[in-house]
Design a protein around this ligand. Structure first.
Ligand code: AHR
Length: 495
């Protein structure tokens, strides 16, 4: 069955820039994200650059990742950065208390992370330790990284092989301090935010963008208290929201082998992001009507049961066509809120949760989510343009959501990109699209679709889900008629 929808694109109505940082990522010392996924060590038989695997670096460079958050996550509020600098043999072996209780040998530390950022050409975003670290440790970390002059920290940095300071813009004052980062009440954390952030200094020309720990999902009181008590002292407030297919943490369900109902429920859960942003934004606007404080969705993505037989503390899950659509829908939602949301970081980069890359020994594969970030990167830094969408409803067991998600932007070179997503598991959609305010006419497209809802790439068959050229559009009396297959994502370029 094919359902009818209507899309009007007002190419001459500019809705502001889509911050590149909405395409950010997150890498934590968790499971096989850092170790194995990125860091294999200098002596590894896996081809590497200064200990970091070349295949992963190459694949990440293609995505033009704007910003990478590290070292956690919950790990951040247990992390003592001084354990992770200096000669390897002197680095402390500690226990990773949050994630599987495994040994953390600290071989990947500050220098390695900042080198990774150089290699993949991305901005670093460091999350500091409020939960179990001191104000002094946090202050010294920023000094170690960014100070040019003479001080014990800069001398130490030089001894460890780095003469020049790095530039560091994004710094988080803690992570999930309402939970794994100290189980704090917002009033208490708010005071700690004021305290710790005062010591996160700007050295020379380096200007830090300070990000406060924001709410968990719909904890609107947290946002209220933080904005009221310390909104004037922050540049950004984070928001964490994960998509579980059932909405229940103790019953997350499998990453593959799900039915149509779980497919539908996943999208119902994921589009809740729209409401969350809207409501947190409304509270922020009470204290900051000019939207100077950015909302940073610095953890988002799908969270399923771990793959059978893998360490439950490692959060390793497969990534299917469904994840690709989840990514596409969320990116469209972030675009829509580009006046408040200035960064988003999908969790996590490699081998953890909704990863863009999976590795096994010396093998690597690109997940369906990777392909969405690749197809959508044309929106990075582009000007969002107005659109009016009349979507058919997607119904399941008495509930319904919009079948189509859409977003449009114009890049520096004047090319318009329209990203469309058909969430229906079985029905295609015929979209009648009117382009107003432009003379553009030549259209080209890419599509991501697959033979089954849980289609995914494996190490033996890494190309089960990959983008293809899309040509199912035609012009009828000045209207573009676009046929979106069920469960697909399309990105059109219009010139
Ligand atoms: O991404 C996994 C975990 O989810 C992070 O460590 C934590 O911040 C969140 O609860």
């Amino acid at each position: 069955m094919s359902n009818l929808g209507k899309l009007i694109i007002n190419a001459d109505v500019n809705k502001g820039t889509i911050n590149r940082n909405l395409y950010g990522h997150f890498a934590e010392h968790l499971g096989r994200c850092i170790y194995e996924g990125i860091w294999v060590g200098h002596d590894s038989p896996i081809p590497n650059t200064e200990g970091m695997r070349n295949d992963v670096i190459e694949a990440l460079r293609v995505l033009r990742i704007p910003v990478l958050r590290w070292p956690g996550g919950c790990f951040a509020d247990a992390y003592l950065w001084k354990d992770g600098v200096g000669p390897d043999e002197q680095r402390k072996k500690v226990v990773n208390v949050h994630w599987g209780g495994v040994v953390e040998n600290n071989h990947f530390g500050t220098h390695e992370f900042l080198r990774l950022c150089e290699l993949i050409d991305t901005e670093p975003y460091i999350a500091g330790n409020v939960g179990s670290g001191t104000v002094r440790e946090m202050a010294e970390w920023v000094e170690y990284i960014t100070f040019e002059g003479e001080s014990p920290m800069t001398e130490w940095r030089k001894t460890n092989g780095r003469e020049e300071p790095w530039s560091l813009k994004y710094f988080g004052i803690g992570n999930e301090n309402w939970g794994c980062g100290g189980n704090m009440r917002p009033e208490y954390y708010s005071d700690l935010y004021r305290h710790y952030s005062s010591y996160v200094r700007n050295y020379g020309a380096n200007k830090i963008f300070k990000i406060a720990c924001g709410p968990n999902t719909a904890d609107y009181n947290w946002t209220e208290v933080l904005m009221r008590e310390s909104g004037s002292l922050m540049d950004g407030l984070s928001l964490h929201y994960y998509t579980t297919q059932t909405g229940e943490w103790n019953n997350k369900g499998p990453a593959t082998g799900f039915d149509e109902q779980l497919w539908f429920q996943t999208f119902k859960q994921t589009i809740y992001m729209d409401e969350l942003i809207e409501r947190h934004d409304a509270i922020m606007s009470k204290y900051d009507p000019q939207k100077k404080v950015a909302l940073m969705v610095d953890e988002w993505g799908t969270w399923y049961d771990v793959e059978p037989g893998t360490n439950p503390g490692f959060l390793y899950q497969q990534n299917t066509l469904r994840d690709a659509l989840v990514a596409a829908v969320n990116l469209n939602i972030f675009h829509k809120h580009n006046d408040r949301v200035q960064m988003a970081n999908i969790a996590q980069l490699v081998n953890v949760l909704q990863a863009v890359i999976l590795t096994e020994g010396n093998r690597m594969l690109l997940t369906p989510t990777y392909h969405i970030f690749d197809m959508f990167k044309v929106h990075q830094g582009a000007e969002r343009i107005d659109l009016v969408l009349e979507s058919p409803r997607y119904e399941m067991n008495g509930e319904s959501i919009e079948q189509i998600s859409a977003s449009a932007s114009v890049d520096e070179g004047g090319t318009m990109h329209i990203s469309l997503c058909n969430l229906h598991h079985a029905d295609s959609a015929e979209l009648r699209c009117e382009l107003r305010g432009t003379k553009a006419g030549a259209v080209a497209g890419k599509i991501l679709q697959a033979s089954s809802l849980d289609a995914h790439n494996t190490f033996d068959e890494p190309e089960q889900v990959t983008p293809a050229d899309f040509q199912d559009f035609r012009q009828e009396d000045g209207i573009w008629v676009i046929k979106l297959p069920a469960a697909s994502v399309v990105v059109l370029s219009v010139q």
